[in-house]
Design a protein around this ligand. Structure first.
Ligand code: GLU
Length: 386
């Protein structure tokens, strides 16, 4: 089956690289893998694709550098945290060294689950991603900040983190690079199944039987994911309308081949309704939430928003109505009070009162502190109504 139809118009891609394809059992990096991945990423960037890489491997790298016993350290939170702190640096160094050969810069993004619970932080993360993704030379590389995220508040493994990020940045495709070629009708690592398993190229529905089989498969030492967490993550992604693929990371040019429609790995197909819902997300923003306030803009700002694809900046703001905080949905109206757009604000109503009419360079002086962003509503969080 040709998969081209699903990937033809793909723009945003999240690739997740698991511990087992990055680091061997002696704690050494698979450099061939990294070189191959870097080649794929750089060529996709040249085609204007926006790519986020979610990486694992920090803990395993650190465990070996610190001389910990791998079996003991998986059970010990402090050892894991120390290993992550040490391993992350080495891992990033390697990524940078290799990606640089292909003209790319690494942007390290470390998150914890709790970062997404506070609207202001959440919006900041999104804006940062949106900005980084537009840069043709940058690959944001995300990992959980294991050093400070402890049990209960952690993602725990990067499969869930990758699905989560893919949803938040509205990715079209999520690719899991794993140490198995995809999903089988049972556990391929179980010797009892030798030769009797079937490979499943396309999955439209994750059945309880598949989940059960995956639960039986043991987690490999030093990595926290596994087929079960991957299936759960795929389920999440399918729900969000994201096409998801699990494939073997060590296959040559695997990321590019997937995106060019080759039948590599197992493809998880979301339902038409879910895909439509994702495509309609901006519509949803426009109609499903009730605006918390209004921002009146001058004719210059109106023209920039309506005709030039611009964000809303403080300089064009005339009046503010209502009480709202960063992350709230707000209406943008013109001088005649006609609603022209809606969007999620990065500043509170109180702050906008202070910065309205200000040029970007004056924001800090007016507020008395810096927020690091010029846009009151970033274009990516704005939907036009005219
Ligand atoms: N954040 C962990 C690391 O960098 C990986 C978790 C996982 O195995 O998914 O080692």
């Amino acid at each position: 089956m040709n998969r081209k139809v699903y990937f033809e118009h793909v723009k945003r891609i999240v690739v997740k690289a698991g511990t087992n394809i990055l680091v061997d059992n002696q704690g050494e990096l698979y450099e061939d893998f990294l070189n191959n991945l870097a080649e794929d990423l750089s060529s996709l960037k040249k085609e204007s694709k926006e790519i986020v890489l979610v990486t694992s491997g920090a803990v395993r790298m650190g465990v070996f550098k610190l001389g910990y016993d791998p079996l003991v350290s998986v059970q010990n939170t402090q050892m894991k945290q120390a290993a992550a702190a040490v391993g992350q640096v080495i891992l990033m160094q390697k990524y940078q060294e290799i990606l640089k050969k292909f003209g790319l810069w690494v942007a390290q993004v470390m998150v914890t689950r709790s970062d997404f619970r506070i609207w202001e932080k959440y919006l900041n993360i999104l804006n940062t991603f949106n900005y980084l993704l537009k840069n043709p030379q940058v690959i944001p590389i995300v990992n959980e900040n294991d050093t400070i995220s402890t049990e209960g508040i952690e993602f725990g493994e990067n499969d869930t983190l990758a699905a989560f990020i893919a949803n938040k940045i509205e990715a079209d495709v999520l690719i899991f690079l794993s140490n198995i070629p995809g999903v089988y009708s049972g556990d391929p690592k179980d010797p009892r199944h030798q030769g009797s398993l079937e490979f499943i190229p396309v999955i439209e529905d994750i059945t309880p039987e598949m989940e059960q089989a995956a639960q039986h498969a043991k987690m490999t030492k030093g990595s926290r994911g596994g087929m079960y967490t991957k299936l759960q993550a795929c389920k999440m992604a399918m729900n969000f309308g994201i096409y998801t693929v699990i494939a073997h990371g060590h296959e040559k040019n695997v990321v590019r081949r997937i995106l060019y429609g080759e039948e590599v790995g197992t493809l998880f197909l979301p339902g038409k309704r879910q895909v439509q819902r994702r495509r309609n997300r901006k519509n949803w923003l426009a109609h499903a939430l009730f605006p918390k306030g209004k921002i009146k803009v001058d004719s210059g700002a109106k023209a920039a928003i309506c005709h030039q694809g611009a964000s809303l900046l403080p300089s064009g703001i005339k009046e503010v109505e209502g009480n709202f905080v960063p992350g709230d949905l707000v209406s943008v109206v013109d001088l005649e009070s006609h609603e022209i757009a809606r969007g999620l604000v990065s500043y509170s109503s109180e702050e906008i009162v202070k910065i309205k009419g200000a040029k970007s360079g004056e924001i800090k002086a007016r507020l008395g502190y810096e927020r690091g962003e010029d846009e009151v509503i970033h274009r990516d969080n704005l939907v036009l109504l005219v």
